[in-house]
Design a protein around this ligand. Structure first.
Ligand code: 5FU
Length: 259
């Protein structure tokens, strides 16, 4: 079991970024550490599931570049749902280029991600410029950024010294980096939120290299603050009751870390 066994309220008090404070207070208020990864390709399907599952999650994570009928109205609706159900929007864009290019990608094109996503993530592979590029616009908008320090997929290269260097990069940009996408507890610094994808009620893998742990394993053994669940919920026969199951499993695991 990892070292940071503090309540969401205490974590909210000990972190600095306003977005982290907001996230922990949502987690506390709604009793949830569940992030829904809404990897669907039609905007109406996304909005429908987000409206029904929204009460049980602290974050909705998108991949906007898979949405076939993307529009400004879709983003407006999504932002309305974020307010209605009190969750944070995370676009899982995984920026991975030089600072100038990622800044252009963040602000422009069809998606204009900086205008609506509270959180985005970046691969540390290009060096600190990738953070600086996003931060140039994101800081004044009150946005936050996560570093992909580890991955859930089989044979991934984000391990060892790479992961350690990612933590150093985050420490150099504490005003903007609010945490990590990871598979283990990387630091005890309360400023960094650990979010773990590759979570399903039963462990295993998919046909394309995804590796799953259970909510209990992710929270209790791997030290996740937030569990990210996609197909476990969106492909369930009853996504709402399944989301509740994940919420309960994740939250109970969190309560066990407080003991
Ligand atoms: F950075 C990562 C990672 O290491 N593993 C992931 O699975 C991101 N993901 C994302 O989480 C991935 O792109 C999906 O959007 C989501 C997991 O979806 P699943 O359906 O629960 O496997």
């Amino acid at each position: 079991v990892f070292a940071v066994c503090k309540s969401y309220r205490e974590r909210s008090e000990s972190c600095q970024h306003s977005l982290s404070k907001k996230l922990y207070s949502i987690m506390e208020t709604k009793s949830t550490n569940l992030a829904l990864s809404v990897d669907l390709t039609k905007s109406n399907d996304i909005l429908q599931i987000v409206d029904t599952v929204g009460p049980f999650v602290c974050i909705v994570k998108t991949h906007v570049d898979i949405v076939e009928d993307f529009s400004q109205s879709f983003v407006n609706h999504l932002s309305d749902l974020a307010k209605k159900h009190n969750f944070i929007l995370f676009e899982d864009r995984k920026f991975a280029d030089i600072g100038n290019t990622v800044n252009c990608q963040y602000n422009n094109g069809i998606f204009k991600i900086s205008s609506w996503a509270d959180i985005v993530n970046v691969h540390p592979v290009p060096g600190e410029g990738v953070i600086a590029g996003i931060k140039q616009t994101g800081l004044s908008l009150g946005r936050g950024c996560l570093l992909v320090a580890e991955m859930s997929s089989k044979g991934n290269l984000a391990t060892g010294d790479y992961t350690k260097a990612a933590v150093k990069m985050a420490e150099n940009h504490k005003d903007f980096v609010i945490g990590f996408i990871c598979q283990s507890r990387l630091t005890d610094d309360p400023n960094f939120i650990h979010m773990t994808p590759g979570v399903k009620l039963s462990s295993g893998d998919d046909a394309l290299g995804q590796q799953y742990s259970t909510p209990e394993d992710a929270v209790i053994n791997k030290g996740a603050d937030v569990i990210i669940v996609g197909r476990g919920i969106i492909q369930a026969t009853d996504p709402v009751s399944t989301a509740k199951q994940y919420q309960q499993a994740g939250y109970n695991a969190y309560l066990q870390t407080l003991k």
